[in-house]
Design a protein around this ligand. Structure first.
Ligand code: ADP
Ligand code: MG
Length: 595
């Protein structure tokens, strides 16, 4: 368990503050994470990594000379928001473009891709390679769908070494892709992990048992067995990885980098006993071990478990490019290899304005900060504020339930993620209304604050939903019911465009699409907004309930589809709860207005 915290909600932020205070030689804090505190050559490709927090040394601990230039650090187990990724990348950029590299998780992909689009729009070249090393998370034929675990380190190192060697952006991406092809991992766990302040672990492994193939956010394993001996575990790990030697590599005589990774509370001594047998097995298989790693490289809070990664630098052509790159010295807070020529400390005085910049809604906005709005739209803005408050209250009431549902096949963070997002949205909407903003601006500020503070998949998607509706509301006049319905339709299209899920994939799209079409139909039939909204919310509720029968095909839950049968999709369920509560609010407001 995690024993020490102040306010659980402040944990990630305070952790970053302390990490930076302890490592100023390597890193400095910027909005959304950290970048190197040392000077990088002008024109060097900037390698930006990232993901949720709780995986130290991933990701901030891997920023420094010879490794990452920056790390976007999301909340605990939640992907960083697009705004965070963007801000870190801007601060890390040396004029040679940005190379994004991170583990393949739906929430991270959505948010990093959104940041990448924004940077490209500003003329900053970007490339991305997601790490897909975990062999249990999809079949070899579908390697692109696999998630990333401790193999991140191998791919990050190759990409960063290439950047250090002066490769251009396309070439950095090429070798990173190759390194990812040549990296495979397999893990087990003996206990779950508990987030700060949580009453129960995210998942549990029965006493004396071992979960096989468990994810680093507590995504369920594929199997459970008795705990083997240390040698027995070594045989299991090596056996599975030698079953799937990367294409183009001939095992006999090949060189291999083994990385035995501790997940948080496994003793180094235990890992050394396991590694002793791993080294024997690899040698017996005719492999040449180079640069073995035994330690913690990607943890999962206080989870007791371990994973083995095998990185195969040489392909059939015996080209030594990757092994040469592997020799590049590295000096970061948590990881050192060889000796680097120490770079000068960066002069950060000119750059602090970026780190000091708040998210889109200033903490104390005034009339000058908001676009002009008329009286009617300002009146609607108070209804928007009331609606956002209703959303936050509804999420609070159901947070535990949403977390529980998400833990069945996902990672258990849907409740806390929605709380973070909706409360940030509420604070931003309040600032907007106090500053005299119209309905559109109020909702747009709420949208940006939601996606920025929530992170994760649902945070990004709720940002899309609220922004789409905000764009239709505008800051002038009282919107018609048809305008609101058009906003919801745009939101529905936006979520599908952005997340690429379709109806039937067991996501929030399953509730949003019928909500939108029922609303449009009722409004077109002449119903007032409150009545139409309630009818639509009922349709969303039925559709969300019906997701219990579906197998997930998107997001984190995809890997563990069968666990999710019989449970509704958390994102669809929360959307239906929110739609219902907002429907009640609109009815009350209408009754007040009619009276
Ligand atoms: P994360 O998956 O990052 O942990 P949350 O737990 O907050 O984020 O949200 C999970 C929900 O997000 C899912 O239940 C699903 O409704 C929704 N979701 C996941 N991926 C997609 C997608 N590609 N398109 C639409 N909705 C998605
Ligand atoms: Mg989740």
């Amino acid at each position: 368990m995690t024993r020490l915290w102040n306010e659980p909600a402040d944990f990630a932020d305070e952790m970053v503050a302390g990490f930076v205070a302890a490592n100023e030689r390597y890193v400095r804090r910027v909005t959304g994470g950290v970048v190197r505190s040392t000077v990088s050559p002008a024109g060097q490709v900037a390698v930006v990594v990232g993901g949720g927090s709780g995986h130290y040394p991933a990701f901030g601990g891997l920023v420094g000379q010879g490794l990452a230039h920056g790390a976007a650090m999301g909340n605990l187990f939640a992907s960083p928001s697009a705004q965070q990724v963007y801000a870190v990348a801007k601060a890390a950029d040396n004029g040679g473009g940005v190379f994004f590299c991170y583990g393949n998780y739906a929430g991270d992909v959505l948010n990093f891709d959104a940041a990448q689009e924004r940077l490209r729009g500003e003329g900053i070249a970007c490339e991305t390679v997601t790490v897909t090393d975990d062999v249990v998370s999809a079949s070899a034929e579908e390697k692109h769908r696999r998630r990333g675990i401790a193999g991140d380190l191998a791919v990050f190192r190759i990409a960063a070494a290439a950047a250090e060697a002066g490769y251009d952006l396309a070439e950095v991406a090429r070798v990173a892709r190759l390194a990812n092809e040549r990296t495979r991992s397999f893990g087990v766990a003996f206990t779950g992990c508990t987030l700060p302040g949580a009453e129960a672990p995210l998942f549990t492994v029965p006493e004396g048992r071992m979960a096989v193939g468990l994810g680093i956010h507590g995504e369920p394993g594929i199997d459970e067995t008795g705990i083997p001996t240390a040698d027995g575990l070594a045989e299991l790990l090596v056996g599975r990885l030698l079953d799937e030697v990367p294409g183009g590599v001939t095992a006999a005589g090949a060189r291999v980098v083994p990385i035995l990774n501790g997940l948080g509370s496994l003793k180094y001594e235990e890992m050394f006993v396991v590694y002793r047998r791993i080294a024997q097995l690899l040698t017996d298989a005719g492999l040449e071990i180079i640069d073995p790693h035994v330690g913690e490289y990607c943890t999962s809070f206080d989870m007791a478990g371990t994973s083995l990664t095998l990185f195969w630098p040489d392909g059939a052509d015996q080209n030594s490019e990757l092994s040469d790159l592997w020799d590049t010295p590295v000096d970061t807070p948590a990881y050192r290899r060889g000796s680097v020529a120490t770079a000068a400390r960066a002069d950060t005085s000119a750059r602090t304005s970026l780190s000091a910049r708040a998210s889109s809604a200033p903490a104390d906005a005034t009339l000058e900060d908001v676009p002009p709005a008329d009286e009617a739209s300002r009146a609607i803005a108070t209804t928007v504020l009331a609606a956002v408050q209703t959303i936050a209250e509804t999420v609070d009431t159901h947070a535990d339930e949403l977390g529980r549902i998400d833990a069945i096949a996902g990672d258990g963070d849907h409740g806390i993620g929605m709380q973070r997002g909706s409360h940030a949205a509420l604070a931003a909407a309040r600032v907007a209304v106090d500053a005299g903003a119209g309905a559109g601006t109020t909702l747009a500020w709420a949208a940006d604050a939601w996606s920025d503070k929530a992170g994760g998949t649902s945070g990004a998607l709720w940002g899309v939903i609220l922004n789409a509706i905000a764009a239709k509301l505008g800051d002038q006049g009282r919107p018609e019911a048809t305008t609101v319905a058009a906003g919801v339709a745009a939101a529905s299209r936006g979520v599908i465009d952005f997340g690429k899920a379709e109806v039937g994939d067991k996501t929030m799209v399953d509730a949003l699409v019928p909500f939108s079409s029922t609303l449009a139909h009722a409004v077109d039939g002449g119903a007032d907004l409150a009545t139409a909204w309630r009818t639509a919310a009922d349709a969303a509720t039925r559709a969300a309930t019906a997701t219990s029968d579906l197998l997930p095909r998107m997001g984190r839950a995809r890997t563990h589809g069968e666990h999710a049968l019989g449970t509704p999709d958390p994102g669809a369920h929360s959307l239906a709860l929110i739609a219902t509560a907002v429907g009640e609010l609109l009815t009350t407001e209408k009754e007040k207005a009619d009276a």
